[in-house]
Ligand binder design. Structure first.
Ligand code: FAD
Length: 449
């Protein structure tokens, strides 16, 4: 039997760089892989996948390291890391960009900005483009240009190929179209190792941004005003609102508008006229400054954290707002919060089954966040998140696969809704031996014949 050799930059526990190489953005629930291969080219990816097949070793695929549950790591196994393959190539005539799967959002935004272009991605610069895109991808241009995956044209992906040798294939709307459909919201790590992504890009120059801060006493009014306003306002405006812990005493709404500042001032009036904002900022900036504005530096630093989330199809009634308020009054620490981003607009122009991202008709994405500094706070922080999620369940639907939570019991339905069975059929087709496996990977559909 052929013995494949691992190629690329290889790090093992004996190497000085091992700790850095194995550390993801979430520090709790750490994992200790046996080997980490930093691939430099597609051949390294093929070799790594053939090697784990020949050696029957568990493996995971990794890019930006931001999986909330560290699904891109595994104890005692091999990590196929693509982060050092990160070239961005633009075709100005076609208005497309081919981006290697290791590029993070910061690199993508900067490289495209130099050409006066962008794609709608997420906010934190260290998040991997590939993980974000495979699960959907929401950010500050979502209502105008859709999810990140809605702008995807093609992926190049190394598949396990059953008992044969791993191979590189293309998936787009005409070739391997079912796999392409699954790559638009089916979540990372399920079908193969994406090595590059091709996107439609959009011209961009200046945008207008706003930020409004209220104190705790305005929580109910500010949130209520925002939730009705954010989903109905101009589609060129995407916004978020974060309800911080009572101790932090801040409710912050922010957004990005692809249009003039004078119009944005007008659009946000329903918010500025609500309660008593302690700070209002509205300005026009070069697009890249807006990118930096929404890129919270703290999110890029590895930390102890627990996050979970869900979708809202309807504005929350008063009872639900009071539940959020009660939890924020009793937050495990000052950094706990509940965050929301408006959807609708271009997201809802596609039907739930047009891509694997099912929650097309959701109006708002809602996320629960808690970070802690000392291990003793872990238990109560995780409990707070889970109790909050459960307390809001009757008002919410599903969860975003890019915000995985290992405590969600029926996670396949929560992440994929009515698209689950088709995803399972794609899994059977492209990974029939279920080699791409992690605690919440898509199970292949059982073959009855
Ligand atoms: C601080 C922070 C900010 C975030 N902000 C946003 C945001 O603004 N918008 C948003 O939509 N989401 C956001 N997320 C969620 C983010 O989209 C997901 O965590 C995403 O999966 C991260 O991808 P990654 O490549 O960085 O992570 P990784 O941990 O490297 O990978 C995530 C998943 O994708 C798989 N994967 C990685 N590389 C590949 C590949 N080459 N081929 C196939 N599968 C692969 C992994 O196996 C894993 O299952 C944020 C997360 C964090 C921690």
């Amino acid at each position: 039997m052929k013995k494949t050799k691992l190629t690329g930059r290889i790090v093992t526990p004996n190497d000085a760089e091992y700790v850095q190489a194995r550390t993801n953005n979430t520090l709790n629930n750490p994992k200790f892989p046996k080997i980490i291969v930093f691939c430099q080219k597609v051949r390294d990816v093929l070799n790594a996948l053939n090697w784990v097949k020949e050696n029957n070793m568990p493996f995971r695929v990794r890019s930006g390291r931001h999986s909330y549950e560290n699904f891109s790591l595994v104890n005692g196994g091999l990590i196929i890391d693509v982060s050092e393959m990160n070239k961005v190539t633009v075709d100005r005539e076609e208005m497309t960009a081919k981006i290697e799967a290791g590029a993070n959002l910061g690199k993508v935004y900067n490289d495209l900005w130099e050409k006066g272009m962008t794609i709608p991605g997420g906010t934190e610069s260290s998040v991997g483009l590939v993980g974000l895109t495979l699960g959907g991808g929401i950010g500050m241009l979502t209502r105008l240009y859709g999810l990140t995956c809605d702008n995807l044209l093609e992926v190049e992906i190394v598949i396990a190929n059953g008992h044969g040798e791993a191979k590189l294939i293309k998936a787009n709307k005409t070739q391997n179209s079912d796999l392409f459909w699954a790559c638009c919201g089916g979540g990372g790590g399920n079908f193969g190792i994406v090595t590059s992504l091709k996107f439609n890009v959009h011209p961009i120059s200046t945008v207008s941004i706003f930020s409004i801060i209220w104190e705790w006493k305005d929580l109910e009014d500010a949130f209520d005003a925002w939730q009705y306003w954010a989903i109905r306002t101009d589609d060129r405006l995407t916004s978020e609102i974060e309800l911080k812990s009572k101790e932090a005493n801040q409710i912050i709404a922010q957004g990005e508008f692809v249009g003039p500042v004078s119009k944005l001032k007008e659009l946000i009036r329903p918010l500025t006229e609500t309660g008593s904002p302690i700070k209002v900022m509205v300005k026009q900036v070069p697009y890249i400054e807006a990118v930096h504005f929404f890129d919270e530096a703290s999110g890029n630093i590895p930390a102890y954290k627990k996050r979970s989330g869900s979708f809202l199809y309807d504005p929350l009634p008063k009872n639900a707002i009071l539940i959020m308020k009660r939890f924020l009054e009793n937050a495990p620490n000052v950094r706990s919060s509940i965050w929301h981003q408006s959807l609708g607009g271009a997201v809802s122009k596609l039907k739930p089954n047009e891509t694997a991202f099912f929650y097309r008709n959701a109006k708002i994405a809602q996320e629960y966040l808690s970070d802690w500094r000392i291990p003793e706070e872990e238990g109560k922080s995780i409990r707070w998140i889970e109790e909050l999620r459960n307390a809001l369940t009757r008002y919410t639907t599903g969860d975003y696969v890019n915000w995985p939570d290992r405590f969600i019991r029926d996670w396949p339905t929560a992440y994929y809704g009515g698209n689950l069975n088709r995803l399972r059929a794609v899994k059977r087709e492209y990974d029939p031996l279920n080699l791409f496996k992690f605690p919440q990977s898509i199970p292949p559909l059982f073959k009855w014949i």
